[in-house]
Design a protein around this ligand. Structure first.
Ligand SMILES: [Zn+2]
Length: 245
């Protein structure tokens, strides 16, 4: 599920459902907003894993047969006011654990969701231009193959609301970063198309079922937080994903 920006307790630039601690919003309000989302989705606090984003392509792996091995760095990211139980330091997570949910935060970067109904595993990822240039989507597909034996043709992938090709003008360092990773960015003049760049990576990785929300966050600041659209002072919405218990 992807949250919008309504239904929370934050105000001003963070109005109202800001889910990101990496903002100047009051921690207590972010904590209250996270509780609102958790309660609405009926998620046990111990079952919610929050991503501490690094803009890298590391994939955290959560396996039923190895709960002791789950990445866990909650002490560093949890304000005392938050009931959120645990966090992991990575921009992507994959899991075969029923009931476990992942919360990743966004304000223009690309939410990526993966489900393999055959192996009953899922994945969630955060990819800005850095992650996309480093092939985040195909990195997650590779991790699902390696860790859980997923076949790419069984994987369904979805690309959530994020800054669109209509709005994302970038400097020359951005396409150069793609090229350094052996990837070709899809450009529309000076504007980067994160969605189509990601679709091509998934296609090359063998994923057949790809859904694109096609919702630009910058064009829709009434519904979503947008870093570009709001001059960098804004909240974060979330992708909350996981296998049913
Ligand atoms: Zn736009």
């Amino acid at each position: 599920m992807v949250t919008g920006r309504h239904g929370g307790v934050s105000s001003g630039a963070y109005a109202t459902l800001n889910l990101g601690y990496a903002t100047a919003d009051e921690e207590g309000r972010v904590a209250a907003n996270r509780d609102i989302v958790r309660d609405a989705m009926d998620i046990d606090p111990e079952q919610l894993m929050v991503a501490w984003l690094t803009h890298g392509t590391e994939v955290a792996v959560f396996r039923q047969d190895n709960p002791a091995g789950w990445p866990d760095r909650h002490e560093a990211v949890r304000p005392a006011s938050a009931r959120t139980a645990r966090a992991f330091r990575a921009d992507a997570a994959i899991s075969d654990v029923p009931g476990l949910r992942f919360l990743l935060t966004f304000a223009d970067c690309v939410p990526l969701l993966f489900v393999d109904p055959v192996r009953e595993v899922c994945g969630a990822a955060h990819a800005g231009w850095r992650g996309t240039a480093a092939g985040m989507a195909s990195v997650v597909v590779s991790a699902l193959r390696r860790e859980f034996g997923s076949r790419p043709e069984d994987i369904h992938a979805a690309i959530g609301p994020s800054i669109g090709p209509c709005c994302y003008e970038v400097g020359e360092d951005v396409p150069a970063s793609f090229h350094r990773h052996g990837l070709a960015p899809v450009m529309q003049g000076k504007r980067l198309d994160l969605w189509e760049s990601t679709v091509r990576q998934l296609d090359r990785a063998g994923v057949k079922t790809i859904e694109v929300a096609g919702l630009c966050t910058r064009c829709n600041t009434d519904r979503f937080f947008s870093h570009r659209g709001e001059g960098g002072v804004t909240g974060r919405f979330a992708l909350v994903a996981g296998l049913k218990a």
